[in-house]
Design a protein around this ligand. Structure first.
Ligand SMILES: [Zn+2]
Length: 264
Protein backbone atom coordinates (compact mmCIF):
# COMPACT_ATOMS: atom_id res chain seq x y z
CA UNK A 1 0.00 0.00 0.00
CA UNK A 2 2.76 2.42 0.91
CA UNK A 3 4.40 1.53 -2.39
CA UNK A 4 1.22 2.39 -4.26
CA UNK A 5 1.08 5.75 -2.55
CA UNK A 6 4.76 6.34 -3.26
CA UNK A 7 4.22 5.48 -6.91
CA UNK A 8 1.21 7.76 -7.22
CA UNK A 9 3.26 10.53 -5.65
CA UNK A 10 6.04 9.89 -8.11
CA UNK A 11 3.63 9.93 -11.04
CA UNK A 12 2.18 13.20 -9.85
CA UNK A 13 5.63 14.70 -9.37
CA UNK A 14 6.96 13.59 -12.74
CA UNK A 15 3.54 14.60 -13.76
CA UNK A 16 1.73 16.30 -16.48
CA UNK A 17 3.00 19.04 -18.70
CA UNK A 18 2.51 20.33 -22.20
CA UNK A 19 5.42 20.18 -24.61
CA UNK A 20 4.16 22.98 -26.85
CA UNK A 21 2.30 26.27 -26.71
CA UNK A 22 -1.03 26.29 -28.48
CA UNK A 23 -0.34 28.19 -31.72
CA UNK A 24 -3.38 29.12 -33.83
CA UNK A 25 -4.67 25.54 -33.70
CA UNK A 26 -4.66 24.99 -29.91
CA UNK A 27 -2.01 22.30 -29.39
CA UNK A 28 -1.60 22.47 -25.61
CA UNK A 29 -3.14 19.26 -24.25
CA UNK A 30 -1.59 18.16 -20.93
CA UNK A 31 0.67 15.09 -21.28
CA UNK A 32 1.96 12.43 -18.89
CA UNK A 33 5.77 12.45 -19.06
CA UNK A 34 7.89 9.99 -17.05
CA UNK A 35 10.99 9.83 -19.26
CA UNK A 36 13.27 12.76 -20.01
CA UNK A 37 13.54 14.42 -23.42
CA UNK A 38 17.28 13.86 -23.23
CA UNK A 39 16.88 10.07 -22.94
CA UNK A 40 14.53 9.92 -25.93
CA UNK A 41 16.65 12.30 -28.03
CA UNK A 42 19.72 10.19 -27.38
CA UNK A 43 17.90 7.00 -28.41
CA UNK A 44 16.60 8.73 -31.51
CA UNK A 45 20.02 10.05 -32.50
CA UNK A 46 21.48 6.54 -32.17
CA UNK A 47 18.61 4.89 -34.08
CA UNK A 48 18.83 7.52 -36.83
CA UNK A 49 22.60 7.17 -37.18
CA UNK A 50 22.17 3.40 -37.56
CA UNK A 51 19.42 3.88 -40.16
CA UNK A 52 21.64 6.21 -42.20
CA UNK A 53 24.64 3.88 -41.92
CA UNK A 54 22.53 0.91 -43.06
CA UNK A 55 21.09 2.94 -45.96
CA UNK A 56 24.54 4.14 -47.03
CA UNK A 57 25.81 0.56 -46.89
CA UNK A 58 22.93 -0.54 -49.14
CA UNK A 59 23.58 2.34 -51.55
CA UNK A 60 20.21 3.93 -50.72
CA UNK A 61 21.21 7.15 -48.97
CA UNK A 62 20.50 10.43 -50.81
CA UNK A 63 20.79 8.92 -54.29
CA UNK A 64 18.66 11.59 -55.98
CA UNK A 65 20.38 14.97 -55.53
CA UNK A 66 17.44 16.96 -56.94
CA UNK A 67 14.94 15.28 -54.61
CA UNK A 68 17.22 15.76 -51.62
CA UNK A 69 17.53 19.45 -52.47
CA UNK A 70 13.73 19.82 -52.66
CA UNK A 71 13.12 18.04 -49.35
CA UNK A 72 15.86 19.99 -47.55
CA UNK A 73 14.52 23.28 -48.96
CA UNK A 74 11.08 22.52 -47.50
CA UNK A 75 12.65 21.59 -44.16
CA UNK A 76 14.70 24.79 -44.01
CA UNK A 77 11.51 26.86 -44.41
CA UNK A 78 9.55 24.89 -41.80
CA UNK A 79 12.23 24.59 -39.11
CA UNK A 80 12.22 28.30 -38.10
CA UNK A 81 8.40 28.21 -37.87
CA UNK A 82 8.52 25.57 -35.12
CA UNK A 83 9.19 28.43 -32.69
CA UNK A 84 5.45 29.16 -32.63
CA UNK A 85 4.95 25.89 -30.74
CA UNK A 86 8.36 25.53 -29.04
CA UNK A 87 10.96 28.23 -28.66
CA UNK A 88 13.76 25.68 -28.30
CA UNK A 89 12.94 23.77 -31.50
CA UNK A 90 14.62 25.96 -34.17
CA UNK A 91 17.96 25.29 -32.42
CA UNK A 92 17.51 21.49 -32.48
CA UNK A 93 20.12 19.45 -34.36
CA UNK A 94 17.86 18.95 -37.38
CA UNK A 95 18.85 16.36 -39.96
CA UNK A 96 17.07 15.67 -43.24
CA UNK A 97 17.80 12.73 -45.53
CA UNK A 98 16.09 10.88 -48.38
CA UNK A 99 16.17 7.11 -48.71
CA UNK A 100 16.04 5.53 -52.17
CA UNK A 101 13.27 3.17 -51.13
CA UNK A 102 9.92 2.52 -52.84
CA UNK A 103 7.97 2.59 -49.56
CA UNK A 104 5.40 5.31 -48.98
CA UNK A 105 6.90 6.52 -45.73
CA UNK A 106 8.36 9.48 -43.87
CA UNK A 107 9.13 10.23 -40.24
CA UNK A 108 10.69 12.70 -37.86
CA UNK A 109 12.30 11.08 -34.82
CA UNK A 110 12.50 12.89 -31.48
CA UNK A 111 14.86 15.85 -31.64
CA UNK A 112 14.35 16.53 -35.37
CA UNK A 113 15.80 13.56 -37.27
CA UNK A 114 13.82 13.48 -40.54
CA UNK A 115 13.74 10.81 -43.25
CA UNK A 116 11.68 10.78 -46.43
CA UNK A 117 11.35 7.64 -48.52
CA UNK A 118 11.57 8.40 -52.25
CA UNK A 119 8.54 6.21 -52.95
CA UNK A 120 6.24 8.62 -51.13
CA UNK A 121 7.31 11.55 -53.32
CA UNK A 122 7.60 9.60 -56.58
CA UNK A 123 4.51 7.42 -56.42
CA UNK A 124 2.15 10.12 -55.14
CA UNK A 125 3.78 12.82 -57.32
CA UNK A 126 3.96 15.14 -54.32
CA UNK A 127 4.20 18.89 -54.87
CA UNK A 128 6.47 20.94 -52.61
CA UNK A 129 3.38 22.00 -50.65
CA UNK A 130 2.33 18.39 -50.17
CA UNK A 131 5.86 17.51 -49.01
CA UNK A 132 5.51 20.42 -46.56
CA UNK A 133 2.24 18.98 -45.22
CA UNK A 134 3.81 15.55 -44.59
CA UNK A 135 6.90 17.13 -43.08
CA UNK A 136 4.91 19.51 -40.90
CA UNK A 137 2.87 16.56 -39.64
CA UNK A 138 5.93 14.43 -38.83
CA UNK A 139 7.81 17.34 -37.23
CA UNK A 140 4.75 18.00 -35.07
CA UNK A 141 4.98 14.47 -33.59
CA UNK A 142 8.53 15.41 -32.52
CA UNK A 143 7.53 18.85 -31.21
CA UNK A 144 4.74 17.33 -29.12
CA UNK A 145 7.13 14.54 -28.06
CA UNK A 146 4.48 11.92 -28.80
CA UNK A 147 7.10 9.13 -28.60
CA UNK A 148 8.11 10.28 -25.14
CA UNK A 149 4.47 10.39 -24.12
CA UNK A 150 3.97 6.85 -25.48
CA UNK A 151 6.99 5.59 -23.57
CA UNK A 152 5.66 7.24 -20.42
CA UNK A 153 2.23 5.68 -20.85
CA UNK A 154 3.85 2.27 -21.34
CA UNK A 155 5.75 2.70 -18.10
CA UNK A 156 2.60 3.82 -16.30
CA UNK A 157 0.67 0.82 -17.64
CA UNK A 158 3.40 -1.56 -16.56
CA UNK A 159 3.30 0.06 -13.12
CA UNK A 160 -0.30 -1.06 -12.59
CA UNK A 161 0.79 -4.67 -13.20
CA UNK A 162 4.05 -4.76 -11.33
CA UNK A 163 4.33 -1.74 -9.11
CA UNK A 164 7.48 -2.92 -7.40
CA UNK A 165 9.30 -3.52 -10.67
CA UNK A 166 8.16 -0.23 -12.08
CA UNK A 167 9.21 1.65 -8.97
CA UNK A 168 12.63 0.08 -9.23
CA UNK A 169 12.90 1.25 -12.82
CA UNK A 170 11.51 4.70 -12.10
CA UNK A 171 13.70 5.20 -9.07
CA UNK A 172 16.93 4.21 -10.76
CA UNK A 173 16.29 5.77 -14.16
CA UNK A 174 17.87 2.56 -15.33
CA UNK A 175 18.23 0.52 -18.47
CA UNK A 176 14.61 -0.61 -17.97
CA UNK A 177 13.44 2.89 -18.77
CA UNK A 178 15.72 3.13 -21.74
CA UNK A 179 14.45 -0.23 -23.00
CA UNK A 180 10.82 0.78 -22.72
CA UNK A 181 11.46 4.06 -24.48
CA UNK A 182 13.44 2.44 -27.24
CA UNK A 183 10.63 -0.02 -27.94
CA UNK A 184 8.10 2.79 -28.08
CA UNK A 185 10.34 4.70 -30.46
CA UNK A 186 10.82 1.82 -32.88
CA UNK A 187 7.23 0.59 -32.86
CA UNK A 188 5.77 4.02 -33.46
CA UNK A 189 2.01 3.70 -33.50
CA UNK A 190 0.59 7.05 -32.57
CA UNK A 191 -2.89 7.43 -31.11
CA UNK A 192 -5.73 9.10 -32.98
CA UNK A 193 -5.34 12.03 -30.59
CA UNK A 194 -1.66 12.30 -31.55
CA UNK A 195 -2.55 12.07 -35.22
CA UNK A 196 -5.15 14.84 -34.98
CA UNK A 197 -2.68 17.06 -33.13
CA UNK A 198 0.02 16.46 -35.73
CA UNK A 199 -2.44 17.23 -38.53
CA UNK A 200 -3.46 20.53 -36.96
CA UNK A 201 0.05 21.66 -36.06
CA UNK A 202 1.54 20.48 -39.34
CA UNK A 203 -1.03 22.47 -41.28
CA UNK A 204 -0.11 25.59 -39.31
CA UNK A 205 3.64 24.99 -39.78
CA UNK A 206 3.22 24.57 -43.54
CA UNK A 207 1.05 27.69 -43.78
CA UNK A 208 3.51 29.79 -41.77
CA UNK A 209 6.34 28.53 -44.02
CA UNK A 210 4.43 29.83 -47.07
CA UNK A 211 2.98 26.55 -48.34
CA UNK A 212 -0.69 26.47 -49.34
CA UNK A 213 -2.53 24.46 -46.66
CA UNK A 214 -5.02 23.26 -49.29
CA UNK A 215 -2.25 20.76 -50.08
CA UNK A 216 -3.38 18.99 -46.89
CA UNK A 217 -6.59 18.07 -48.70
CA UNK A 218 -4.94 16.91 -51.94
CA UNK A 219 -2.25 15.00 -50.02
CA UNK A 220 -4.74 12.93 -48.05
CA UNK A 221 -6.90 12.37 -51.14
CA UNK A 222 -3.81 10.91 -52.81
CA UNK A 223 -3.21 8.77 -49.71
CA UNK A 224 -6.79 7.48 -49.83
CA UNK A 225 -6.34 6.57 -53.52
CA UNK A 226 -3.01 4.81 -52.74
CA UNK A 227 -4.73 2.80 -50.02
CA UNK A 228 -6.81 0.85 -52.53
CA UNK A 229 -4.14 -1.68 -53.56
CA UNK A 230 -3.35 -5.13 -52.22
CA UNK A 231 -0.49 -3.92 -50.02
CA UNK A 232 -1.23 -1.28 -47.46
CA UNK A 233 1.62 1.27 -47.45
CA UNK A 234 3.58 1.41 -44.18
CA UNK A 235 2.75 5.08 -43.67
CA UNK A 236 -0.98 4.38 -43.93
CA UNK A 237 -0.95 1.65 -41.30
CA UNK A 238 0.02 4.30 -38.75
CA UNK A 239 -1.77 7.19 -40.50
CA UNK A 240 -5.31 6.12 -41.38
CA UNK A 241 -6.32 7.97 -44.53
CA UNK A 242 -10.05 8.50 -44.68
CA UNK A 243 -12.65 11.10 -45.60
CA UNK A 244 -12.95 12.06 -41.95
CA UNK A 245 -9.33 13.18 -41.89
CA UNK A 246 -9.85 15.25 -45.05
CA UNK A 247 -12.96 16.89 -43.54
CA UNK A 248 -11.09 17.81 -40.36
CA UNK A 249 -8.31 19.40 -42.42
CA UNK A 250 -10.86 21.30 -44.53
CA UNK A 251 -12.44 22.62 -41.33
CA UNK A 252 -9.05 24.03 -40.24
CA UNK A 253 -8.42 25.95 -43.46
CA UNK A 254 -10.11 29.19 -42.31
CA UNK A 255 -7.80 29.26 -39.25
CA UNK A 256 -4.57 28.74 -41.20
CA UNK A 257 -5.18 30.47 -44.57
CA UNK A 258 -4.49 33.93 -43.07
CA UNK A 259 -1.11 32.63 -41.86
CA UNK A 260 -0.33 31.40 -45.37
CA UNK A 261 -1.40 34.68 -46.94
CA UNK A 262 0.72 36.65 -44.47
CA UNK A 263 3.75 34.42 -45.20
CA UNK A 264 3.64 34.74 -48.99
ZN1 LIG B 1 1.33 10.89 -37.72
Amino acid sequence: MSRTIALLGLLTLAGCETTTSGGAVGADRSQLMLVSSGELDQMAAQSYAKLLADAAHAGKLNRDAAMLKRVRAVASRIEPQTAVFRRDAPAWKWEVNVLADPQLNAFCMPGGKIAFYAGLIDQLHLSDSEIAIVMGHEISHALREHSREQASQAIAAQATIGIGAALLGLGQGSADLAGTGYQALLATRFSRTDEAEADRMGLELAARAGYDPHAGVTLWQKMIAANGGAHQPEFLSSHPADENRVREIEALLPAVMPLYQAAR
